[in-house]
Design a protein around this ligand. Structure first.
Ligand code: FEO
Length: 402
């Protein structure tokens, strides 16, 4: 059975959902699944914008044939060639020998690398090129590294639809509700949208800023944002654009403290609890605690992009940083996280090294971060005599927010 939705009078969502995949890119948990969005335009000529992951291909093909209703498929526009969107290209082309493929030079190179034969069917476009399908004329805008080098976005000047590729996407399958205004996005979706952005595109903030800069020139003309994952935006576009602006400038959304602890026997966790309590006692109640061993790093990264302050509390392990905490630090570096204030709690029963090593990592490997001098150094466990240091640490965190 087909499963499609109208975006506008002549534009249809023909994508698919995947609720079976447990790890996106085989690394990020997606308990709410994911959608692979594809859009089909019925103009004088018919145009399909991107395809879907192989897992959704069967539904996708049924959707296309239903909307085409016997018409040929004239064009396939490929904005992004990562296999979660490009995997079904060959299947579409096999079923539609009449279809020409419109994409960038780099995307065609990737198609060849992935083994797709598009010989004689390629129409290569670049930044600023336009193409008319009848009533609709589109402009192609390069979006390199959002989130692969070949990516572009396509803007339909007739109806104000921006086919945004990976930009403005989100984890989460669509349970019938296609539009962001059909859900409580700020309550039910923003955490998955942030986790998607920060872990998938987070490294490329400057490139996203470049794209936002290009979009700023036509902001009043953009009526719909059609991403390749998650809901379509047709209202309150500024809300989501503002989130993207914050994330891509590495600016926190909120003043608040996340305490990430690595604890083997509960003593480091106890110190983290004491700090959280002290912060709240002093009026800073926007505090979240995470056990680094039991929280997937994609969630930690997402929270680190959201909040202004991070406390790292780690035991010393093999004379180094606890391995899972080290992995979190490495991910922060890989994703270019910056502009945060950190504080440190270290613990070690002998040769306590974690604090020094975490400070060195933060100061040498991350950009534009502050590491507060106030912290805690524990030998095995925190005792009453550490109370003044705990107090001073909470005061320093709060003072650094002003
Ligand atoms: Fe959803 Fe970069 O692919």
């Amino acid at each position: 059975m087909y499963c499609v939705r109208k975006v506008t009078e002549d534009l249809f969502w023909v994508g698919g959902n995947d609720r079976r995949l447990t790890l996106f890119e085989n690394i990020h948990p997606i308990p709410r699944g994911v959608s692979y969005n594809s859009y089909l335009l019925l103009d004088e000529q018919t145009v399909l914008f991107d395809t879907v992951d192989w897992s959704a291909c069967r539904q996708f093909l049924e959707n296309i044939e239903h909307v085409l209703d016997g018409r040929p498929l004239d064009f396939l526009v490929i904005n992004h060639m990562e296999p979660d969107h490009g995997a079904s290209i060959e299947e579409v082309l096999l079923r539609h020998p009449e279809t020409k493929v419109i994409s960038t030079e780099k995307a065609f190179m990737l198609m060849r690398q992935f083994g797709f034969d598009v010989t004689g069917r390629m129409i290569e476009v670049k930044e600023g090129d336009t193409f008319s399908f009848g009533g609709h004329t589109v402009t192609f805008v390069a979006a390199p590294m959002v989130h692969w080098p070949e990516a572009m976005v396509t803007f339909d000047t007739a109806n104000g639809v921006l086919f945004a590729a990976d930009a403005f996407g989100s984890f989460g399958a669509l349970d019938g509700k296609l539009f962001a205004d059909e859900v409580d996005f700020d309550r039910d979706w923003i955490d998955d949208a942030r986790r998607y952005y920060t872990n998938i595109v987070g490294k490329y903030g400057p490139h996203v800023q470049l794209l936002l800069g290009k979009a700023a020139g036509i902001l009043d003309q953009i009526k719909f944002i059609c991403p390749l994952h998650g809901p379509v935006w047709r209202k309150d576009l500024g809300y989501f654009i503002d989130k993207y602006d914050h994330w891509s400038r590495y600016e926190p959304e909120e003043q608040g403290v996340m305490i990430v602890y690595a604890s083997m026997y509960g003593n480091t966790e106890a110190a983290a609890n004491a700090l959280a309590t002290k912060l709240c006692e002093k009026g800073m109640t926007n505090v979240r605690m995470y056990d680094v061993s039991n929280t997937h790093v994609s969630y930690l990264i997402s929270e680190t992009f959201r909040l202004s302050h991070v406390v790292l509390a780690s035991v010393t392990y093999n004379l180094g940083i606890y391995p899972v905490m080290h992995n979190y630090l490495m991910d922060m570096k890989a994703l270019n996280l910056q502009k945060r204030t950190f504080a440190i709690i270290e613990n070690g029963s002998w040769a306590c090294k974690a604090g020094t090593l975490m400070r060195e990592f933060l100061e040498n490997e991350l950009k534009n971060v502050d590491v507060l001098d106030a912290g805690l150094s524990l030998n095995s466990a925190m005792h009453d005599e550490a109370a003044p240091d705990l107090d001073a640490m909470a005061d320093a965190l709060i003072a650094s927010m002003k």
